[in-house]
Design a protein around this ligand. Structure first.
Ligand SMILES: N[C@H](CCC[C@H](N)C(=O)O)C(=O)O
Length: 292
């Protein structure tokens, strides 16, 4: 099947963007995997699909597939590229743009300086909705909020803060992200039995109350250069742990994201994320129809 696509990136998290506003492509999980494959296909961390509005008051539907072909609930860096795409392609003249994601809706705005600000919605801490199974574990409460000692291979346990941004995140504090056990702990945490839907694993280094460094081993992908929802989850966790102020610059390996969250007694304020969104190239490709 010959398809047109647009290659984009937000802080180095890269995407193949597909336009289904004039009809569905009907791609399979194997075809999404092929598109994301950096050797046999185009290459991307996620595949983003633009679909027409599913309901009044919404402008588009935003569908996300990880490189492993699985559909997921949310992608923050992808949301910024989404609004850049629909604006540059003149699919809308609205700003902000309201889009439906799997678990709700979000608002995306193009800023005058060319960056993009996304209302990422409120974080979720209810373990059943992450989902996370903390049964039988005793949380560590040395800081202002709880961290759960996730049993890993050997005698190790990873003290994780658990938060959902629509998609699940486990956030660990590390002294230096460059020395963090991302390659060894990342896969163990991603597929840990206590995260029944798997999880994105964030390694957070607090530089100051307004500056952090972050690496994320993403569910369904592996380590990416940046993770937007991971940056939101890490800052929210850092604020609840009492370590961060309400507005934080997150230094990722692919660029800087600015996250703002005003914590309240109900912890239900929306998280605002600002960062770059860039079109790299346009292309056409023949996607094999006979993939296993
Ligand atoms: N790997 C994530 C989806 C993409 C998130 C990330 N690329 C972002 O910018 O938020 C998951 O399985 O929940």
């Amino acid at each position: 099947m010959r398809i047109r696509f647009t290659k984009m990136q937000g802080a180095g998290n890269d995407f193949v963007v597909l336009d289904e506003t004039r009809g569905r492509l009907g791609l399979s999980a194997a075809q999404y995997r092929w598109l994301a494959d950096r050797h046999f296909g185009v290459g991307a961390d996620q595949i983003l699909t633009v679909r027409p509005s599913p309901a009044p008051g919404l402008d588009f539907e935003y569908v996300i597939h990880n490189a492993d072909g699985g559909e997921v609930e949310h992608c923050g860096n992808g949301a910024r590229c989404f609004v850049r795409y629909v604006t540059d392609k003149r699919l809308t003249d609205r700003n902000p743009v309201r889009v439906k994601v799997r678990n709700g809706q979000i608002s995306l705005a193009l800023d005058p300086d060319g960056r993009v600000t996304v209302d990422m919605g409120a974080p979720v801490f209810d373990h059943a909705r992450v989902p996370f199974d903390g049964s039988g574990l005793t949380p560590d409460r040395k800081l202002a909020w709880e961290r759960w000692p996730l049993p890993l291979a050997g005698a190790e346990s990873a003290p994780v803060a658990v938060v959902s941004m629509g998609n699940p995140h486990a956030v660990l504090l590390v002294d230096d992200v460059d020395l963090a056990p991302v390659a060894s702990w990342g896969p163990q945490i991603e597929r840990h039995v206590r995260f029944p839907a798997r999880v994105n694993a964030g390694f957070l280094q607090v530089v100051s109350r307004r500056e952090v460094r972050l690496r994320v081993f993403e569910r369904g992908v592996g380590e990416t250069l940046a993770c937007g929802t991971g940056a939101c989850a890490a800052v929210v966790a850092g604020i609840r742990l009492g370590l961060l102020d309400a507005r934080v610059d997150v230094h990722t390996r692919g660029g800087v994201l600015t996250i703002a969250w005003q914590d309240t007694p109900a912890h239900d304020a929306p998280v605002m994320m600002t960062g770059p969104a860039t079109t790299v190239f346009e292309g056409e490709v023949d996607v094999p129809d006979d993939l296993a």
